[in-house]
Design a protein around this ligand. Structure first.
Ligand code: FES
Length: 114
């Protein structure tokens, strides 16, 4: 994926915006990334990717490679949303206040490249 590709579809937040947020604000916990344009506070699809950005920032690395094309990323999100809509009570990785959870998700997006 390219830096200007969308990372969070719900809030139209790009990789570049998240990378810059991490570089400038140096969040202490992954949930602070929700303050980057609301990233991760919608459907929850992008939360694992936000966590990767956060972890890279902890290591003072600014590059996060996502081994998917923008089209594949979007398709997997659609499939994940469709699968999720078939379940009841699914967690989307958000705290009660709407911030992104730091907890690992069970049932979140799968098949992501590391
Ligand atoms: S894609 Fe980021 S919350 Fe939905």
């Amino acid at each position: 994926m390219d830096p200007d590709d969308l990372l969070c579809y719900c809030f139209h937040v790009t990789h570049r915006k998240v990378m810059n947020y991490v570089r400038i604000h140096r969040p202490r916990v992954a949930s602070e990334l929700s303050e980057c344009g609301g990233a991760g506070t919608g459907c929850g699809w992008c939360v694992p990717f936000l966590k990767r950005h956060f972890q890279a920032g902890q290591c003072r690395q600014n590059d996060v490679e996502i081994e998917l094309s923008a089209a594949e990323y979007a398709q997997r999100r659609q499939a994940w949303l469709a699968q999720r809509s078939g379940r009841s009570g699914a967690s989307v990785g958000r705290e009660a206040d709407g911030r992104v959870s730091d907890r690992e998700e069970s049932g979140g997006p799968t098949g992501m490249a590391d």
